[in-house]
Design a binder for this molecule. Structure first.
Ligand SMILES: Nc1ncnc2c1ncn2[C@@H]1O[C@H](COP(=O)(O)OP(=O)(O)O)[C@@H](O)[C@H]1O
Ligand SMILES: [Mg+2]
Length: 255
């Protein structure tokens, strides 16, 4: 897809853990404003690719460009500052903090003043904080969990934790949102809520990469899809093409 306006260009990235080639020279593009799906059998390297984009894992080689700028090897606080935010395969909330506090942790510290400056201008700091709290409350409303603002996150169901995690990611208004199996551990009741939320984010113009194992869901939501197997990209295209692709079929049978 040489002609698309790519927000993210990943070229020949590789990562080994000990002797295991988790990712072995993967290249793909994420078109701006797309909800790009990433599929492939267990152990294909999907989460590792996401970790490299987000800066949690440094690639052994290869290039990752966001808006034309190299971000490969940047640590996650720096990729976050450039607008790359991810969620994890296991929903990660801070259990001993309230739902509202969990969302506020998603506010980028770089949006406000330095602590020193804030000490001299507390009123401005208070105003920003009030704005962030109201942004978080609006988000909770949108996520349908406004009644739980003061509940400890540890008490929530798997699906509610997932909503909190996505809400926290949304607080920074990311340029690129990376979702690693957001339906994992989510009840049948909440799964459609999360699916609708992800579709909304795409419709609002956010660029999203979604790792998901349920292919029907990927087919409903994602265009294009990137298919990984054994650390390599088998193809990038539409889900229908992926379904028809013999190599992809084989990888799923074997993987
Ligand atoms: N931190 C790690 N240490 C050692 N091996 C890892 C690590 N992370 C992933 N792997 C290995 O790399 C391969 C790809 O894993 P992963 O990226 O989690 O795949 P996927 O998300 O597609 O299931 C697997 O063989 C996995 O065991
Ligand atoms: Mg994974």
């Amino acid at each position: 897809m040489p002609d698309v306006d790519a927000l993210l260009v990943v070229e020949e990235v590789a990562k080994s853990f000990g002797g295991v080639h988790a990712v072995d020279g993967a290249s793909f593009r994420v078109p701006r404003g797309s909800l790009t799906g990433m599929i492939g059998p267990n152990g294909a390297g999907k989460s590792t690719v996401l970790s490299m984009i987000a800066g949690a894992v440094a690639p052994d080689r290869g290039s990752i460009r966001l808006d034309g700028q190299e971000i490969a090897g940047l640590p996650s606080p720096k990729t976050a500052r450039r607008g790359v935010i991810r969620t994890f395969q296991n929903a990660s909330v801070f259990p001993h903090m309230t739902v509202l506090e969990n969302l506020l942790l998603g506010v980028p510290p770089w949006s406000g003043e330095t602590v020193a400056a804030a000490l001299f201008r507390r009123h401005r700091w208070h105003r920003e904080e009030a704005q962030q709290v109201s942004q978080a409350r609006n988000l909770l409303e949108r996520l349908g969990i406004s009644g739980m603002a003061d509940t400890f996150a540890g008490q929530l169901s798997g699906g509610q934790k997932r909503l909190v995690e996505i809400g926290r990611a949304m607080m920074s208004r990311p340029k690129l949102l990376l979702l690693d199996e957001p339906m994992a551990g989510v009840s049948r009741t909440l799964a459609p809520v999360i699916e609708a939320l992800i579709a909304d984010l795409r419709n609002e113009g956010m660029t999203v990469v979604l790792i998901e194992h349920e292919l029907a869901l990927v087919e409903r939501l994602c265009s294009p899809v990137v298919v990984l197997a054994q650390g390599r990209v088998l193809m990038q295209g539409e889900m229908q093409e992926a379904r028809a692709n013999p190599e992809v079929r084989k990888a799923y049978l074997v993987g």
